[in-house]
Design a protein around this ligand. Sequence first.
Ligand code: F6R
Length: 590
Amino acid sequence: MCGIFGYIGNRNAPEIIHQGLKRLEYRGYDSWGISIIEKGKIKTVKDVGHIPSILQKELKSNIGIGHTRWATHGGVTITNAHPHLCSDKRFVLAQNGIVENYSNLKKDLEKKGFVFKTQVDTEVIVKLIELNLRSKISLKESLIKSFKQLEGRNTVILLDSKENKILAIRNGSPLILGVNKDEVFLASDPLAFNHCTQNIVEINNGELIEIDNGNYKIFDIKSKKEIKRKPKEEKLLNIDIDKGGYDHYMLKEIVQQQHTILNATSYSQKELKPLIDRIKNSKNIYTIGAGTAAYAGDQVCYYLRNIAHRNAISIRSYETESFLNVIDKNDIVIAFSQSGETADTLEAIEILKQKGVYICSVINMPGSTLSRLSDIFFMSNAGSEICVASTKVFTSQVSFGYLLSKSLINEYSLAKKELVSLSTSLESYFNAILFKKVKDISSKLKNKEHFFILGKGQNYHIAQEGALKIKEISYKHFEGFAAGELKHGVIALIERGTPVISIISEDINSKDLISATYEVKARGALTIGIGDKQFEKEKSFDYFIPCADTNELKGIANVIPFQLISYYLAKALGNSIDKPRNLAKSVTVK
Ligand code: F6R
């Protein structure tokens, strides 16, 4: 949800900002802009669409800011692209977030004679600063005063041509400093500058940063007092961002799962003990997440209930409110988040913390806000996941939940064996024959519009996650259902040629899945089975994709063909795979 970047130092700022924005592009890619100071004046380049691989315009400066946008208020136009210039051209400003009281502020400003040129909420911030400057306070004071008038989670960065400095202020949306001798970087994510420095300074909500001459100062915006905070070296920032020989990050990340399920579960029993002890002393376990992370939570709850016999309930972050009357400090919450910056999840966690609930989180981004809000956190260790659609982080989260559930019944070592065995079978699973099979089936699905996925028990949430994955990149209507739901309404949607995918494992539900498949087949559906190899010859399926061998981790093995269908279907349709339309990797607005 928008990426912010700032730089002051002895390198050419436009180039550094351009590289930084490219690395932040996963946060939003509908338009972008770079502003620098040249001979005391602000110069800006902006455009709509993806950030080009080379900056056309020759710009030279040692100071500047940049922004990559995921539109909230106002369409995708060059005028609406950030940064936004103030009336007397002294400063430009870029924002990440949503000004929730935008309409009221805009009305007030219009009454005072301000004329708006864009449709973006950011312009309200620019005009508020201009208004506050009229009372002869400094730009820094005016920024603080204006920022305090904003509602919502916002982070802004400002380039001041008069004093040749950058100011930034954080509330909610992420912001982090990177520091070298004589140069300072500022970004929404350390991935943007980790190729230049691994010395970072974390910035908290309610803090303002002032950077000039390659030095930074941090201030608390309430007390206005300076906070001394030294950089720390973050080795984990050595993030790998190449495609490793694949055409797309998505395929690379799908194949990496043979390793990432082990990385996510590399924790020793000693490391897990504080969480295990806490769960043993808790009444209920709640998982929290949004989108794919919520489906991971669903699957982990399935393991906690069925393996560890614990009362585990999965909550969508944005629906936490309806659980607030029943969750209390005797419960434990486990939040799942790849980015650790999802606004819905952070807001839920902030509320639950106030109720004294113990918070554990499982995150993939080092130094993220969620890790700092949690009583205990575990890294998914999946490495950078660049494709917007989450694949390897989903299976990492589920693997962690499985290890946790088995550890609760003293079967830590058995769980480790099972994970190694799945990892080994995945090594040979990803091969040209499988890819061709999925590609062929996907090309047959290309012209269909509506698809249904049926799952039951351990495969119910996999059906839902599978549908989400395919929707995101193919833009086709996929729905994942509990197979049991079919007869209660869904079957009305089946007509001749409707594709229905059944997830089938050798378990107590296999007979029900076969019956459900016959029921849709009798109504003309095109049937596809995904699951254990022994069902390959099952007559109810028109096509079948076998999954990797595993005893207890069928949920993980069975989601992989859906990730591959998503990839090959999108490819057959000519869609943008790593950066699907309308989406962004990190959803930092509500
Ligand atoms: C889907 C996907 C999203 C995220 C969701 C939460 O492929 O990636 O549904 O899972 O936006 O994001 P995180 O995990 O960063 O909290």
